[in-house]
Ligand binder design. Structure first.
Ligand code: GTR
Length: 445
């Protein structure tokens, strides 16, 4: 028996008592501890208001508002379908993975191959060269704290070239090489002069420098246009010499992540930067990208995914807020064709998003949600992170294992993983940055 809050036809809240069979979500047949709290606290749990000392729950008024506004999507915990998460520590042939060697030598490759074939697509194997040109430089920014550079990356295949710009800041006064943050800007390009004169909360370069980090940022659409019909102008068409993409070829999210790796190529040549301490950061579609970028490129020490939701940190199987069907029809250029086939049958996807974080282990992962951003499914984002814990543990690293969500505005950090849920809506701002940097400070100093 459970008591389930629901909405009456006239929009007021009523309580109904129903007998429900609570299917216990499992990982690979074993009861999943990450799901246990969802069951014990009642799957319908919502809060009137979130406080500083109780675990976060979706606010009732927001659940109601979102459900009314987008009635074809689910915002009720009670309507999350029962699901079994695929076990990252079970090989495709069913063999349990119990050693670091088995993970590194076979299972990791199996999993990343599944993500490439079913979700993000395969990057091209064509050979290319890359050059970095300094277009402009300002040496004594912010009272001598930093040097800023306007850069152009040029990718060449034979006599064909593709360019994309980025901006880089390096601290001037460091005794030792500093950690760095590569920011994937899914909104706009911030030129050097603008980044110097305005500390944009979306990419607060000055804050990053003051906190002892070098930082670079590029705009996604400069690499691969963020439009359904933008293929011909982007890096994917450049690699394919104008031919249309094959069904399992990379799509924009992977292309943007690839660009973050190219900037890392450049940072590796900079003696002022500790290239073994580089984080990749993104918000929303940029947060989906940052996770995948870190899966594909093990040189990234940290991935930070902010409000990334469906196709990012959130578990697809929960189908809460944005769904696979919706995201693949609204943004067909983000995922390879297979992903769209799982619309309304999320439980058939051979992977789920906790395994994305497992692929980053034992490196660091930080996930951030926002109280009002139910479209991105904060609980699904948190649960995915915790469900990767067995892989962190196998690889000898601590991570968050606490299944109950933290209270609002109280970052939780354990070993190589961190999480916060901030008040307010979908967005990346100074609060998120500062909590994230508190986390990376612990890893890098
Ligand atoms: C939304 C999309 C989300 C998220 C967001 C963003 O429209 O549904 O998946 O990526 O855009 O990038 O801001």
């Amino acid at each position: 028996m459970k008591t389930a809050p629901t909405v009456s036809p006239n929009g007021t809240w009523i309580l109904i008592t129903t007998l429900v069979l609570v299917a216990q979500p499992t990982v690979g047949g074993a009861f999943c501890h990450a799901q246990a709290n969802a069951i014990s606290e009642g799957q319908d749990s919502q809060s009137e208001k979130n406080t500083n000392d109780t675990p976060w729950k979706a606010r009732r008024d927001l659940v109601q508002k979102n459900s009314q506004r987008r009635s074809e999507f689910n915002y009720y915990e009670s309507k999350v379908p029962p699901y079994t998460l695929p076990d990252p520590l079970l090989a495709n042939d069913g063999t349990p993975i119990s050693t670091v060697n088995a993970w590194n030598q076979s299972r990791r490759e199996e999993l990343i191959t599944l993500f490439r074939n079913k979700v993000y697509g395969n990057r091209p194997e064509a050979e290319y060269s890359i050059a970095f040109e300094q277009v402009a430089e300002q040496k004594n920014i912010w009272n001598g704290l930093a040097t800023g550079r306007s850069m152009m990356a040029t990718v060449s295949i034979g006599d064909r070239e593709f360019n994309f710009p980025f901006v880089l800041f390096v601290p001037n006064q460091s005794q030792a090489p500093v950690p760095a943050v590569i920011h994937i800007n899914n909104r706009y390009f911030i030129p050097l002069e603008k980044a110097v004169s305005e500390n944009d909360p979306f990419w607060p370069a000055k804050t990053l420098i003051e906190r002892g980090y070098a930082t670079a940022s590029f705009h996604t659409s400069d690499v691969d246009p963020d439009r359904k019909d933008g293929y011909a102008e982007g890096i994917r068409a450049f690699f394919a010499a104008g031919k249309p993409p094959t069904p399992d070829a990379w799509r924009s999210l992977s292309a943007w992540g690839w660009a973050a790796s190219r900037i890392l190529d450049h940072l590796e040549t900079q003696s002022a930067i500790d290239s073994e301490q580089v984080a990749v950061v993104g918000h929303s579609r940029g947060g989906k990208t940052s996770l995948w970028a870190a899966c594909e490129d093990p040189r990234f020490a940290v991935a930070y995914s902010n409000n990334s939701g469906c196709g990012g940190a959130a578990l697809s199987r929960r189908a809460y807020g944005e769904t696979v069907g919706r995201i693949t029809s609204s943004f067909p250029h983000w995922f390879c064709e297979s992903f769209a086939e799982y619309a309304k049958r999320e439980s058939d996807i051979p992977v789920d998003q906790h395994e994305l974080m497992a692929l980053i282990a034992p490196r660091a992962v930080y996930v951030a949600s926002a109280d009002e951003d139910l479209w991105a499914d904060p609980k699904g984002e948190y649960t995915a992170l915790v469900s990767a814990a067995p892989v962190f543990e196998l690889l000898g690293t601590k991570s968050i294992t606490e299944t109950t969500m933290p209270p609002l505005n109280q970052p939780r950090i354990a070993g190589k993983t961190g999480y916060h849920i901030r008040s307010g809506g979908h967005g990346l701002g100074e609060v998120d940055w500062n909590w994230f940097l508190d986390f990376t400070d612990r890893l890098t100093r």
